[in-house]
Design a protein around this ligand. Structure first.
Ligand code: WQD
Length: 320
């Protein structure tokens, strides 16, 4: 049985990855400090170690006998990363360095890393392929770039092979509702809509309706978290079959506008939502969309969820 350490495996994306690996009969240990992750997200098949990526000895102990690491233990609030870069430097950069160094010491040779479309910054062309220049416009994105660069060096110098998966907009929940914990204090569009729909907040705003897009609101590439999870399992599998190290976009290649998300949410929820139009949010590109063909080809992966209503339904199911 292939033994995988899922670091950050109690978080939103990590818990879906852990589920996918368990479904595919991997031996899964989740390593998480529970700062934002929740034990409620774990099924009983996953072993659990409560530990921090800043605790090098604990990380090393967790890596004994492990065949591959999946690293999803990052802080991810873009705004916070600009206010408090120190926090992101320590958690995302020092923490990632610790993971690589612990892998070297424990002779673990394979890593799948949770990267982001934030490495690209403002798109110079669309759809964004993996050759697009990396030019992050926030510190969060910079921490992801740094880890990608480090992994390339550790491959050359220490033979560690990697897959960096650059997620576009992750949304949705496990359709079987096995992930129980909702994220606290959500920063992203769909969870904010859910908070408004359930009166946890008093409505929401659409940031900008004067963009040069299909309906004036921003367009994004929304990828279901269970599809992301499947890609991680395939990435592990490919590393073991000798596939070369890669950076891969994970998206659908299709855009959905903010207005379309809101309209679809109203249909799924079955009632009108309370919202207003507000000025553009600083730093938002009009359109972000992946060219995801490389992941399709290299991993043999295609997203199963392509209908935004179906995706939203898996999120709404968490509320009902
Ligand atoms: C989506 C769209 C908003 C809230 C961010 C990071 C990215 C990645 C994913 C990762 C935008 C609009 C939002 C609201 C709105 N990070 N919006 N009203 O900014 O595309 O991507 O999360 O871990 O690196 O930048 O996602 O969900 O914040 O916004 O109108 O109350 O919804 O302007 O067009 P974004 P988002």
């Amino acid at each position: 049985m292939v033994k995988v350490l899922v670091i950050g495996g109690a978080g939103y994306i990590g818990s879906h990855v852990a589920l996918e690996l368990i479904d595919k009969s991997y031996d899964v240990t989740v390593y998480d400090n529970l700062s934002t992750g929740q034990k409620a997200n774990l099924t009983q098949e996953a072993k659990f170690i409560q530990g921090d990526i800043l605790d090098f000895q604990s990380l090393k102990n967790a890596m004994k006998g492990v065949d591959a690491v999946i690293h999803l233990a990052g802080k991810k609030a873009v705004g916070e990363s600009m206010q408090n870069p120190q926090l992101y430097a320590v958690n995302n950069m020092q923490g990632s360095i610790n993971i690589l160094n612990a892998m070297v010491e424990e002779n673990v040779k394979n890593i799948v890393f949770s990267s982001s479309a934030a490495v690209y910054g403002i798109p110079q062309y669309l759809p964004i392929d993996e050759q697009h220049p990396k030019n992050p416009m926030n510190f969060y994105g910079y921490t992801k770039c740094m880890m990608e660069d480090l992994m390339a060096w550790y491959e050359k110098l220490k033979g560690i092979r990697y897959m960096a998966l650059r997620y576009f907009n992750a949304v949705g929940y496990d359709a079987l509702k096995r992930v129980k914990g909702k994220e606290a204090n959500p920063q992203n569009l769909l969870p904010i809509i859910m908070d408004a729909a359930t009166s946890r907040r008093d409505g929401f705003q659409i940031f900008g309706n004067d963009y040069d897009t299909k309906d004036g609101t921003c367009e994004r590439d929304y990828i279901h978290v269970s599809d992301l999870a499947t890609a991680h399992e395939k990435a592990i599998h490919k590393l073991f079959s000798g596939e070369q190290s890669r950076c891969l976009n994970l998206g659908t290649g299709k855009t959905v506008s903010v207005q379309q998300v809101v309209d679809a949410a109203e249909q799924v929820i079955g009632k009108p939502l309370k919202y207003s139009y507000a000025p553009r949010r600083a730093g938002d590109p009009a359109v972000l969309v992946a060219k995801a063909d490389l992941a399709f080809k290299v991993l043999g992966w295609t997203p199963r969820y392509t209908d935004i209503k179906e995706i939203i339904q898996t999120t709404w199911n968490m509320e009902i």
